[in-house]
Design a protein around this ligand. Structure first.
Ligand code: BES
Ligand code: ZN
Ligand code: ZN
Length: 482
């Protein structure tokens, strides 16, 4: 699907479907829609729609009215969902060319970016390995039509395109099956993306990590025949803001069986999603490389497969992390925090001033927040506030979780500095507390995306499967840093 922005009058647009947004309980500016409201066929309820064939006075073959809901609640987030829903409902109906009209009230950068972004996100399907594509007969051309709009909106349009395309790249990686997307393949895909976008790339293999002393990460990898990697991608602006070096750290377990503390077989297939944090970070770097924010940003993506092979680590093992802290492995299924610990220490040693990690870390966060909000954990209130502001701006729901000192009390091991699990109660918090031990005093935010990285049911605006969550927040935070 090709996306375009245009500024002409909508009457003259030649398309199979011209889409107009209409709101509940407001005077309709178009006579056709006013008539539909009077007749009771259409109310303007969010995402309700009605199609008119051969409407008089316009060039398009059909007019689609889609409900925007309550006008005063229509934020860019609603625009993103609406555009996605338009694409998903029209693409199965042989509408090759579709134009979505943004009236003057919505001709602002955030709405334009959201409209094109939502369309691109809505178009994605998890059908790469299907012989018959879901999207066949799909939309060829999607136009965001801003009649009389200023051409400066084109920059916002491009930004929306770049970010959503990066998000679909992350979703595509996340949806790959674990036999085809091993740590080796992920590292190769990252290197390829870096070469295409001009990022510098350094991939640490097992030998390098052994020399450095990443015992925590390597312990997780040792049960698998697939070798682990630490993927490092660097973005440096020509004149970077002094004193800031943001590290984005993404958990990329290409498959999590649980290891010796093996998971039940029911729904274990979902555990291919355990690299969604890493994929979101990779996608964010792709967008960052093209949007060129003013701060230095480095991505660290530890990637392993958690398997119960004959060399696998056992409950009871003690490993020495890169930080020097020793860890008693009490449950091999709590592997995410083990690989993140070494990646975070490495990022700090490379000069990170701010750390953000995205990880499908705990089942406990799914219990706490469901599939609606990602959990946010931090040791730095102001930094956390900035991230939450970016999340809100980008329509990614996130909820700050408590980090009281008391939650650390259960992280006690008789024989090592730390155990790799704490109390089950507040399990997502005790997991965050473990990671905090490695972030130490560096401003740090941990996002637990175990509940939000994957949707089990399709939404009107998004296919079921990987969501690419956190990516937009990362890109916005990077771009708005001052
Ligand atoms: N990748 C999982 C987290 C997960 C579990 C995500 C279920 C989505 C659904 C993680 O590595 C894990 O297994 N965590 C354990 C930790 C426990 C052993 C302390 C969990 O949450 O059960
Ligand atoms: Zn696990
Ligand atoms: Zn895991």
């Amino acid at each position: 699907m090709e996306t375009k922005i245009a500024f002409t009058a909508f009457e003259t647009i030649d398309a199979e479907a011209l889409v107009l947004i209409a709101f509940e309980q407001t005077a309709q500016s178009h006579p056709w829609i006013a008539e539909l409201v009077t007749s009771g066929e259409f109310t303007g309820k969010f995402l309700d729609s009605v199609v008119l064939h051969h409407p008089t006075g316009i060039g398009a073959k059909r007019l689609v009215a889609i409900g925007g809901g309550k006008a005063d609640r229509f934020t860019p987030s609603e625009m993103r969902q609406l555009a996605g829903a338009v694409v998903r409902s029209l693409k199965t109906k042989k509408m090759r060319r579709v134009a979505l009209v943004l009236s003057e009230a919505f001709q602002y950068p955030e709405y334009v970016a959201a409209a094109v972004g939502g369309a691109i996100l809505g178009d994605w399907e998890p059908d790469l390995h299907k012989s018959k594509k879901e999207s066949t007969g799909g939309i060829d051309e999607f136009t965001v039509l801003c009649p009389g709009g200023v051409t400066e909106l084109a920059d916002a349009f491009t930004r929306g395109q770049v970010v959503a395309t990066a998000q679909n790249f992350a979703r595509e990686l996340s949806n790959e099956p674990p036999n085809l997307l091993t740590p080796t393949v992920l590292a190769r895909r990252a290197a390829q993306m870096a070469a295409e976008t001009g990022l510098s790339c350094d991939i640490l293999d097992q030998d390098r990590m052994r020399q450095l002393g990443m015992g925590s990460l390597l312990g997780v990898a040792q049960g698998s025949a697939e070798p682990p990697f630490l993927i490092v991608l660097r973005y440096a602006p020509p004149v970077p803001l002094p004193g800031v070096h943001l590290a984005l750290v993404g958990k990329a377990v290409t498959f999590d069986t649980g290891g010796i503390s093996i998971k039940p077989s029911e729904k274990m297939d979902l555990m291919k999603f355990d690299m969604c944090g890493g994929a979101a970070v990779l996608g964010a770097m792709q967008a960052i490389a093209s949007l060129k924010p003013g701060i230095a940003i480095t991505a660290y993506i530890p990637t392993v497969e958690n398997m119960p092979g004959s060399k696998a680590q056992r409950p009871g093992d003690i490993v020495t992390s890169l930080s020097g802290k020793t860890i008693e492995i009490l449950n091999t299924d709590a592997e995410g925090r083990l690989i993140m610990a070494d990646a975070i220490t490495y990022a700090k040693r490379q000069g990170a001033t701010h750390l953000i990690d995205a990880s499908t870390l705990t089942g406990a966060i799914v219990v706490a927040l469901g599939a609606i909000n990602s959990g946010v954990f931090s040791n730095h209130e102001l930094f956390q506030r900035r991230l939450l502001d970016s999340a809100k701006n980008q329509g990614e729901k996130m909820w700050a979780m408590p980090m009281d000192e008391e939650y650390k009390e259960s992280l006690k091991s008789a024989s090592a500095d730390l155990p790799n699990i704490g109390s089950r109660g507040g399990g997502s918090i005790t997991a965050a507390k473990f990671i905090e031990e490695f972030a130490e005093e560096t401003p740090w935010i941990h996002l637990d995306i175990a509940g939000t990285a994957w949707i089990e049911e399709a939404k009107p605006y998004l296919a079921k499967g990987p969501t690419g969550v956190a990516l937009r927040t990362f890109v916005h935070l990077a771009q708005s840093w001052e």
